[in-house]
Design a binder for this molecule. Structure first.
Ligand code: F0G
Length: 355
């Protein structure tokens, strides 16, 4: 059978930079090659040319797919019959999808009641075994690391080098799209794998934009300099108190001449709504941390900035609904009522708002 592909898989596209041979398994859902979208309103606000790297355009709606195609392909190549991860949601959804694609088993450990509904739905429908832990993400990852010592299950958290390798390809794409001309990258930081990946990708291409990483105020161990026992933020994806790639992230920030700083939940939500209402861009709250940080601290002299939008907004419908509470207008089946509902209540000199 000849398989028709409309575009290369991530591994095919970047094979010479990845640890895969031509005849290795390639478990792909056509990830990567995500759009870089200009952000006119935010550009105006910060006085720089700002773009969004829309990683929500990946098959399962987050950047995790770049790393997961590599981690699952390597697991299959090495004979694994199962993969496992602890997750705040997106890694779980991605692992579940790629495991389904590969025909292997997937188990995910998620903090009870702490993952967004869209991510849970994805993980379940792909057939993963979902374990809801009465504890935090960090505790889940600690236990999973011990579990895989005694069982032949591949760990696909970002401790897994293939995850970092796959995710570094986003940096390659940015350099390609911008002809190497990039001054500053703004990125949310949770378990700190992604900022580590970008820095590796940039270095491999001899590029060195500054990296500004942002953590949520209630989950900012890298800024505080110590683990956070009970991390808390509206951005559930980055509710992490002991990032396993923390040292790598601090190295990436300092080597690039950048930093890791804090954004509050209200700053995250402000950016989240601004992007949606002014730029037409619906990203999940954790992703909005990159824009929140840029708005808060400024472009710091950079001409060209990329904000990484790590995941799609529809993954976390609860936050979107809560932020727009009361906005739905109910209407009986009656033309006058609909007119009022559509145009707003009539005032003395009101002209129709909608024609
Ligand atoms: N943005 C989103 C949407 C995420 O899901 C994550 C991490 C991050 C940012 C932070 O990336 O961990 O590489 O620093 N989500 C992980 C998960 C932890 O389990 O889905 P990081």
């Amino acid at each position: 059978m000849t398989i028709v592909r409309t575009r290369p898989s991530l591994i095919e596209r970047w094979r010479e930079h990845l640890p895969f041979e031509a005849d290795d398994p390639d478990v792909s859902l056509c990830e990567g090659a995500t759009p870089l979208v200009f952000a006119p309103v935010i550009s105006d606000q910060v006085g720089a040319e700002v773009y969004f790297k829309t990683e929500g355009a990946n098959p399962t709606g987050s950047f995790k797919d770049r790393g997961m195609t590599c981690a699952v392909s390597a697991a299959v190549r090495d004979g694994a019959k199962a993969v496992i991860c602890a997750s705040t949601g997106n890694t779980a959804a991605s692992a579940a999808a790629y495991a389904a694609r590969a025909g292997i088993t997937c188990a995910v450990i998620v903090p009870e009641g702490k993952i967004a509904m869209g991510k849970l739905a994805q993980t379940l429908i792909h057939g993963a075994r979902v374990v809801s832990l009465k504890g935090s993400f960090d505790e889940g990852l600690g236990l999973v690391r011990k579990l895989v010592e005694d069982h032949p299950i591949a760990l696909v958290n970002s401790l897994n080098e293939y995850r970092i390798e796959g995710q570094k390809t986003a940096a390659f794409e940015l350099l390609e799209d911008l002809s190497g001309d990039l001054d500053l990258l703004c990125i949310p930081v949770g378990n700190a794998g992604n900022i580590t990946s970008y820095w590796r990708g940039f270095r491999e291409m001899d590029a060195a934009p500054r990296l500004f990483g942002f953590q949520a105020a209630g989950a900012a161990p890298l800024v505080l300099g110590h683990p956070v026992e009970h991390p808390d933020t509206v951005a559930s994806a980055i509710r992490i108190g002991k990032p396993v790639r923390g040292d790598d992230a601090l190295t990436a920030a300092s080597e690039s001449g950048g930093s890791i700083r804090i954004v509050s939940d209200s700053e995250i939500l402000h950016a989240y709504k601004l992007m949606a209402t002014e730029e037409g861009m619906f990203a999940e709250p954790a992703s909005a941390a990159s824009v929140a940080g840029l708005l808060k601290y400024g472009a710091d002299g950079a001409n060209r900035v990329v904000c990484v939008l790590t995941g799609r907004g529809i993954k976390d419908p609860e936050v979107a609904i809560a932020q727009t509470e009361g906005a739905v207008i109910t209407c009986p089946v009656e033309l006058g009522a609909m007119e009022t509902a559509v145009l707003g209540a009539p005032t003395a000199a009101s002209a129709p708002a909608v024609r």
